[in-house]
Design a protein around this ligand. Structure first.
Ligand code: THU
Length: 161
């Protein structure tokens, strides 16, 4: 007989920026600042990501587009690859993401794309410590996940290889 399985994932909702813990307000402010550096002449959609590492450092990323569209890269992967390149043995503890469009105001939390979830998963598995992920639009509420796992049920990882 067939049976169904149900997977539930959980997020915390912060009604607005002021409700975030102070350290996350600071991290999100850095994501907002670096979002402005996004190179997004094609989509006009700017994304900023800020990582807080276990050594106290903050690593930033913004999306970088290309005339050959698939050659561009999302903000989240710019940030996690930068962290992996510069601090290969340091855990990523927290991540703040914000996205803003020049054509329509983003008021809902904007989650990382599927490819970025897979990339973040690699680091979470490697470091054996969950990454807190906070994401928002330009304004409005912020969603928090205690781990990348909430964003990627049925994650593919090295254990399958
Ligand atoms: N983008 C990100 O930077 N992160 C995401 O998770 C979603 C999309 C970027 C890629 C592209 O430069 C633009 O947003 C529109 O898709």
């Amino acid at each position: 007989m067939n049976k169904k399985i149900t997977i539930t994932t959980q997020f915390s909702v912060f009604e607005n920026f002021e409700y975030l813990p102070m350290d996350i307000q600071n991290l999100m402010e850095q994501a907002i600042a670096v979002r402005k550096n996004a190179y997004a002449p094609y989509s006009k959609f700017k994304v900023g990501a800020a990582l807080f590492l276990d050594n106290g450092k903050i690593v930033l990323g913004s999306n970088q587009e290309n005339a050959a569209y698939p050659s561009g890269l999302c903000a989240e992967r710019v940030a996690v690859f930068q962290a992996g390149a510069v601090y290969p043995d340091v855990k990523i503890l927290k991540m703040a993401i914000t996205a803003a469009s020049e054509t329509n105001k983003t008021v809902a939390p904007i989650p990382p794309c599927g490819a970025c979830r897979q990339a973040i998963a690699e680091y979470e598995i490697k470091q054996e410590t969950p990454i807190e992920i906070y994401f928002m639009g330009e304004t409005g509420s912020i969603y928090k996940s205690d781990s990348l796992r909430n964003l990627l049920p049925f994650m593919f990882d090295k254990n399958f290889l």
